[in-house]
Design a binder for this molecule. Structure first.
Ligand SMILES: [Zn+2]
Length: 290
């Protein structure tokens, strides 16, 4: 299944918000790069010798049809990765990594524009794109949204950890955001709606500018589109990361912040690469911190 949806009552207790998970293909990395207790360059290099890949990981984007607009969180993979020589503009190590150390499975008809049309949304009707970070499996669909505002943490836009601007389409309407507000225990937030129920907040570690996106619904339930802060709900609890994490310690702190918040409010955790996302959204399964 590559589409899942849920209608929730908005934070004002009246309006409805519809959340769609849209899958844009899948990817895999080498087994020891997928899960390591010592993320970093050395672990990444060691993983090059692995013969086995880890499990296929789905790539989810999230469409939020909200009274204030239609928001898309991340844009997924592009089938351009299948083109011979697509990565040739990158530096030698990055090119080698994408060509020899990763596997992709995405067809043109699995890209985000097709997925949006399947749920009756024309890509040009998206109000705003919201990016958790700039890795290729989150920005691959940007090419389908010329002129539409693309919101990204200013730190992420400046640092571009593990991002490849040479692959970005031209003519994008990037709008870097300063995260200067606060929500509950979370600092470095930015409210994306007037009703303050859609929030970008800083969850650094995977990249220095990585963010997670929270939708607050009626009854104080948070739908948390966690990007790659952890690849799955289990990994969030167990603090398991991939080798390519930029700052391991910061990533642990980001996970702890989410877990601490889950002690105070109901959080349905929906990261980009979790095979459990469909069930979790359908059943409102919350992070169980006890
Ligand atoms: Zn990433």
């Amino acid at each position: 299944m590559d589409i899942v949806s849920k209608e929730v009552v908005a934070s004002n207790g009246v309006d409805k918000v519809k959340v769609y998970g849209l899958k844009t293909g899948k990817l895999a990395v080498k087994k020891s790069a997928h899960s390591t207790r010592r993320p970093g360059l050395l672990s990444t290099m060691i993983s090059f010798r692995d013969s086995e890949y880890g499990d296929w990981l789905p790539v989810w984007s999230w469409l939020i049809v909200h009274p204030e607009g239609t928001f898309l969180v991340d844009t997924g993979l592009s089938s351009d990765v299948n083109q011979l020589g697509y990565f040739k503009k990158l530096d030698f190590v990055s090119k080698y990594y994408f060509e020899k150390q990763m596997k992709f499975d995405i067809s043109r008809k699995e890209e985000i524009d097709y997925q949006l049309k399947k749920v009756g949304v024309e890509p040009e009707l998206i109000s705003k794109i919201i990016l958790t970070h700039l890795h290729i499996d989150h920005v691959g669909g940007m090419k389908h949204f010329p002129n539409i505002p693309i919101l990204v943490n200013e730190i992420e836009w400046k640092t571009k950890d593990g991002a490849f601007p040479v692959l970005f389409p031209s003519g994008m309407n990037i709008q870097p955001l300063k995260l200067e507000s606060r929500y509950e225990s979370l600092e470095k937030c930015h409210y994306l709606t007037e009703s303050k129920d859609l929030i970008m907040f800083h969850t650094p570690g995977h990249t220095r500018g990585h963010t997670s996106i929270a939708l607050i619904s009626n009854g104080n339930r948070m739908y948390l589109f966690g990007g790659d802060v952890a690849y799955s709900a289990d990994r969030l609890i167990n603090k398991t990361f991939s080798a390519t994490v930029k700052n391991y310690k910061e990533n642990i702190v980001s996970c702890k912040k989410i877990i601490d918040l889950a002690k105070k409010m109901k959080i349905v955790f929906l990261p980009t690469h979790d095979i459990g996302n469909i069930e979790r959204l359908e059943n409102n399964d919350e992070i169980n911190v006890y």
